[in-house]
Design a binder for this molecule. Structure first.
Ligand SMILES: [Fe+2]
Ligand SMILES: [Fe+2]
Length: 134
């Protein structure tokens, strides 16, 4: 999978969240690059842990922001974050913790989920902010 480039359409119109998404994408790219270079599996595992760690941190901050703005779909959105956390933890237990290589499918899944979540689900924040401003 190619590395992911930040696009203006990813923006949700909040600088703090946008910069967190940029960081998330850059960690994702570190993981994709590590895989493309066929580096040793422990380097990939490290990149995977870094991504998951930061994703968890970001989800908490984003949920806090949603509470602040009274976002109506908070519970559904939290479920999406929870799904990622659950899958990522499961992948780590199945692979990294057992010192196995991280399968390509797992990396692709994490990358695709993140991009589509930022592009579609997180965009709801932008739409909501635009509605309440009117
Ligand atoms: Fe997000
Ligand atoms: Fe989100």
């Amino acid at each position: 999978m190619h590395s992911i480039e930040w696009k203006e359409e990813f923006s949700i119109g909040n600088n703090e969240i946008d910069s967190q998404h940029k960081r998330l994408i850059s960690l994702l790219n570190e993981l994709l690059e590590a895989e493309n270079l066929h580096v040793r599996s422990n380097v990939i595992s490290k990149a995977l842990y870094k991504l998951i760690d930061y994703a968890n941190e970001h989800f908490s901050m984003e949920e806090k922001f949603m509470i602040e703005i009274d976002f109506p779909r908070l519970q559904e959105h939290k479920k999406e974050h929870y799904y990622f956390k659950k899958m990522a933890t499961q992948f780590c237990m199945e692979t990294v913790d057992r010192q196995k290589d991280v399968p390509h499918e797992i990396i692709t899944f994490l990358a695709e989920w993140t991009v589509s979540h930022v592009m579609y689900s997180d965009q709801e924040i932008k739409r909501f902010l635009a509605e309440v401003k009117v």
